[in-house]
Design a protein around this ligand. Structure first.
Ligand SMILES: Nc1nc2c(ncn2[C@@H]2O[C@H](COP(=O)(O)OP(=O)(O)OP(=O)(O)O)[C@@H](O)[C@H]2O)c(=O)[nH]1
Ligand SMILES: [Mg+2]
Length: 336
């Protein structure tokens, strides 16, 4: 094993920080390192925290991290703040640094932010790689903060074992806009800023939306966006109905109950076999994606540019259909 990977396994923060940079830039060195570390992954609990801007996600993540650090058996906690909106996380991150100040200096906590890259698919993939690095380095809990309800949040939620969707009163009236999409990814709903007026209304609205959103078939498909999504669960598989938790992140209230709900969800995943099933579908889909990319790249490398351009021109002139174009490209010997 490469010495720096051995250092990461042994808990060396500097070696880990270097790997995270390699991983974020998707370098060959980073890939090689992750390859070597992969057998040491698969233990961490990945917890996604998502919701509209300003609902208190970073404050909650901070409180949860503190909670895990103060357990009788302290858990090592990694925090990944994903900011898909801008290539520079400077501003947001500065705020987060302030809110997470009390965690800094604790060697059992590692905070890392990740800015948007060229594609959103790339963002989810880079986040996945980063969680692998933390997982190998022995972090038992990995908290992933994302803003909003876009495709990248949904992709990142698929990565997480447990997804928290954070709401806050007041934003509440446009709760309809929140919305089915994000409710679908929620394993636990959190009403943060429960000290603010309107928490009761928010909770009522959420609960009625949950009832609408969770007729049986929906629960079955929960999170299961992959190839085997429509397999019905075994008859004795218990269902998970997302609980609604209230918190005041600025005061630390409701955090222990929230952590308990997270623990219950983990128990549910393990006992129902869902934990293993999710890991397997995720790994399979990751491999499939790589397989397709690799095959296409290899094939393109052997294709004559001339042949490609001729086919493209025929397509543009509507002499051949896209289907026929693909056939033609796949039989280069006929036209070489
Ligand atoms: N009253 C009250 N304010 C809170 C609570 N939690 C967070 N805040 C405040 O809400 C503001 C936003 O908190 P953040 O934790 O940065 O929220 P966020 O969701 O991470 O924000 P973005 O990352 O910018 O989307 C800060 O001023 C917090 O101090 C709460 O429970 N009650
Ligand atoms: Mg934040």
């Amino acid at each position: 094993m490469h010495p720096s990977n051995a250092s990461i396994l042994a808990g060396d923060r500097l070696a880990l920080a270097r790997l995270l940079t390699q991983v974020e830039n998707d370098t060959l060195t980073g890939r090689a390192a992750l390859g070597e570390l992969f057998p040491h992954t698969g233990r961490a609990h990945l917890i996604g925290v998502t919701g509209a801007p300003g609902t208190g996600k970073s404050s909650l993540v901070n409180q949860l991290a503190r909670h895990y650090r103060l357990l009788p058996t302290p858990q090592r906690v990694a925090i990944i703040a994903v900011d898909p909106s801008s290539p520079f996380t400077g501003g947001a991150l500065l705020g987060d640094r302030v809110r997470m100040r009390d965690l800094s200096g604790d060697p059992g906590v590692f905070i890392r932010s990740m800015a948007a890259r060229s594609s959103l698919g790339g963002l989810a993939a880079a986040t996945a790689d980063m969680t692998q690095a933390f997982d190998a380095a022995g972090f038992e809990v990995i908290l992933i903060e994302t803003v909003g309800a876009g495709q990248s949040e949904v992709d990142i939620a698929r990565l997480a074992h447990t997804t928290l969707v954070i709401e806050a009163p007041g934003l509440g009236d446009d709760i309809q806009a929140i919305k089915a999409g994000i409710l679908e990814i929620a394993d636990i709903l959190v009403i943060n800023k429960a000290d603010q007026p309107g928490a009761d209304n928010t909770e009522r609205a959420l609960r009625s939306m949950l009832e609408l959103a969770h007729p049986m078939p929906h629960v079955f498909r929960h999170h299961g966006q992959f190839t085997r999504e429509n397999l019905p669960p075994a008859a004795d598989t218990p269902l998970w109905l997302p609980p609604v938790q209230r918190t005041v992140a600025t005061q630390g209230s409701g955090i222990a109950d929230l952590a308990e709900a997270i623990y219950q969800h983990r128990q549910h995943l393990e006992h129902s076999g869902e934990w293993r099933r999710r890991e397997q579908t995720r790994l399979e889909s990751e491999m499939e994606t790589l397989l397709q990319e690799t095959l296409v790249a290899r094939w393109r490398a052997n294709l004559s540019e001339n042949h490609y351009q001729t086919t493209l021109a025929a397509l543009f002139e509507r002499r051949i259909s896209p289907h026929a174009a693909v056939e033609q490209l796949l039989s280069p010997t006929l036209y070489a």
